[in-house]
Ligand binder design. Structure first.
Ligand code: FPP
Length: 242
C-alpha cells in the first residue's frame, strides 16, 4: 500500500544558512537572520496558498543559547518584533501560531510576545504555524519520559499501557500530525535534534539554497519534489497504483 498524496499535510523546516548568507555579502550574522524573516513570511504565505495545514519552523534550538550573547539577543528581539508586526497579516490569512519549546528560560518580554501571538491568532483554521523556539527533541523526549514515569508512579497508568499514542500525547507536538516533509536548507543533511520521534516516516529534502534565499518558488519546488516521492511506510508498493 503506497501512499500518494501530492500535498503534504505537515511541512517542517530547519531554516539554515542565515550566517553564511550574511558572511557571503560581508554583513553581520544578525543581518542574515533579518533577511531570514522575509523567507519566513514568503513560506508561510506559500504554505497557506498550497493547502499545507501545518508548518513547523525550527527558529531557535536549545543549543542555540550557546551562541554569542549579541546574536541570541538579536534573534530574541527579531522574534518579538516579527510576532507583533505580523499578527494582523497572519490573522487575515487564517494562520494560527503555536510556539513549541521550553518556556522557562525566556525573558518576561519574550514570554509576553509568545502569549500575545498565540492568543491573537487563535482560531485561524487555514494553517497552523508551529514555531519551535527553545526546542530540542532529546529534551522533549526526556520530559515526556519523566511525565509518563510520574503517571506510572502515581498509579494512573501501568507500564503495559505505554504505547505510541501515550508517548505521542506526552510530546510537545501533542495533537500535531507527524511531518510528511522535512526540509533543511543550506545543503546540510542532518536533523540537529529536531523532531526525532516524529520524523520516523517523513520525506527529507535538502536544497543547497541558504535560508534567506528560500522563497515562494523554492517552497513550491520542494512540494513538487515531495509529490514525486513514493511513500511506503515500510510496506510494499500497491499493485493497483502501478
Ligand atoms: C540558522 O542559521 C538560523 C537560526 C538559528 C535562526 C533563525 C531565526 C530567524 C529566521 C528569525 C526569527 C524567526 C521567526 C520565526 C520570527 P545559522 O545562523 O545557523 O546559519 P549558518 O549555519 O550559516 O551559520
Amino acid at each position: 500500500m503506497s501512499e500518494k498524496k501530492s500535498i503534504p499535510q505537515h511541512v517542517a523546516i530547519i531554516m539554515d544558512g542565515n550566517g553564511r548568507w550574511a558572511k557571503q555579502l560581508g554583513k553581520e550574522r544578525y543581518e542574515g537572520h533579518i533577511a531570514g524573516v522575509e523567507s519566513v513570511r514568503a513560506v508561510v504565505r506559500a504554505a497557506a496558498k498550497s493547502g499545507v495545514r501545518w508548518l513547523t519552523l525550527y527558529a531557535f534550538s536549545t543549543e542555540n543559547w550557546g551562541r554569542p550573547v549579541e546574536e541570541v539577543n538579536a534573534i530574541m528581539e527579531l522574534f518579538c518584533q516579527t510576532v507583533v508586526g505580523e499578527a494582523p497579516e497572519l490573522k487575515k490569512q487564517g494562520v494560527s501560531v503555536r510556539v513549541m519549546g521550553e518556556r522557562k528560560r525566556f525573558s518576561e518580554s519574550v514570554l509576553r510576545m509568545i502569549e500575545y501571538i498565540e492568543s491573537a491568532t487563535a482560531g485561524g483554521e487555514r494553517l497552523t504555524l508551529v514555531l519551535a523556539f527553545n526546542y530540542s527533541s532529546r529534551r522533549e523526549l526526556l520530559l515526556a519520559t519523566r511525565h509518563i514515569a510520574c503517571r506510572v508512579a502515581a498509579g494512573e497508568l501501568s507500564a503495559e499501557d505505554i504505547d505510541e499514542s501515550v508517548i505521542g500525547d506526552s510530546l510537545m507536538t501533542r495533537g500535531i500530525p507527524d511531518p510528511d516533509l522535512i526540509i533543511r536548507t543550506s545543503g546540510e543533511c542532518r536533523l540537529s535534534n529536531f523532531l526525532l520521534w516524529q520524523a520516523s516516516y517523513a520525506e527529507f529534502y535538502f536544497p543547497e539554497v541558504l535560508w534567506p534565499d528560500f522563497r515562494e518558488e523554492a517552497f513550491e519546488e520542494a512540494l513538487r519534489v515531495y509529490a514525486g516521492r513514493d511513500r511506503r511506510f515500510g510496506l510494499v508498493a500497491d499493485s493497483s497504483n502501478e
